[in-house]
Ligand binder design. Sequence first.
Ligand code: NAD
Length: 366
Amino acid sequence: MPISPIVKEDIAIIAQGIAAEADKLSGKTVLISGGAGFLGKYFLGVFSYLNENVLGKPCKVISVDNYITGDRDENFDFSDKHILNVWGDVTVPLPVREDIDYIIHAAGLASPVYYMKYPLETIESAVTGAKNLLELARKNKLEGFLFFSSSEIYGDPDPRSVPTPETYHGNVSSVGPRACYDESKRLTETICTIYHQRHNVPVKIVRPFNVFGPGMKHNDRRVIPMFAYQALNGEKLSVHGDGHQTRTFCYISDAMTGFLKVLLAGRAGEAYNVGNEKNEISMRDLAQVFVELSGDKSSFNLIPYPENYPAGEPQRRCPDLTKARSELKYTPQVDFRAGIERAMNWCRTQESYMGKQVVKELVNVV
Ligand SMILES: NC(=O)c1ccc[n+]([C@@H]2O[C@H](COP(=O)([O-])OP(=O)(O)OC[C@H]3O[C@@H](n4cnc5c(N)ncnc54)[C@H](O)[C@@H]3O)[C@@H](O)[C@H]2O)c1
């Protein structure tokens, strides 16, 4: 299937957003874990675009995934001979023989329903996966190691620390239902920091705040693809609790620009928030946006938290982006409504969203 014009345009925008930094990838080799995931697929798209249009010498990319939640997506088949997709599990050391210049550790279980289903795999993909990749990093003269942490490391922040800066230490339970995700990301940040301090690995950490866009699977169970699926199929959207909990959502082209800036221009040993602080919205209002986009074919109702959804969700999540703005000149561009419309237009081209396929245990998660 040809790449969607929406995705192509996003990728060109991302490449433009990193015009000042992109050349650092010329002739380099990048290893990415989680390359078949939502963000991974966009990374491959950007590398392919850079190879064709920007770089003096193409970069070689080794994309590794164990397909626990990701898949080989024909909508994102960039057919670039410099990109190698391989099955691999980062919880065991990877038999990589060639020299690597950049490592991106994006493997993980990002959707709460899946990390509740696979709690130990969630911990291992972050912690053991990072340890194995950091050891690989030590054997190479690495130029950058990007670890995908999460805004979840802040837990349910004190209202006085919202918007939340990188210096906020978090309010997280070590034994709660979200702990497998939050605590494994926190510990992995610690491990990354030690490898930087002890072994000089140029580690950079990103803490994404709810990224959305084309490429999210209809059964991903995160709130945007779930609402999109329900709205497009004229179903009732389920909003948990009172619906007053808020999130900020960042469109994929903004987020990817931020991630690549952190990798290529961020300071080693540092963590950076990446998101969009302007887009804070309650789940009620979010549901209403989707109802409107469905042409009022759907509606929403408030439901108690389902059992397979991890309790203790943060009431508010909004990034303080001062650090990324001042150090990396990161400025998100895409207004929330415009991003949602764009994502919905992509969903409309996808059989999986429009085909009324059965999605078991429909729950929305954020
Ligand atoms: N997308 C977001 O909004 C967001 C927000 C915060 C953090 N993150 C983090 O960013 C990373 C990428 O997010 P995403 O949205 O692309 O997630 P995703 O779930 O879509 O993709 C993750 C990929 O990792 C793969 N994977 C899992 N365990 C693995 C293992 N042991 N070995 C190899 N591959 C493995 C999965 O099969 C999947 O393809 C994740 O680590 C996630 O926790 C994402």
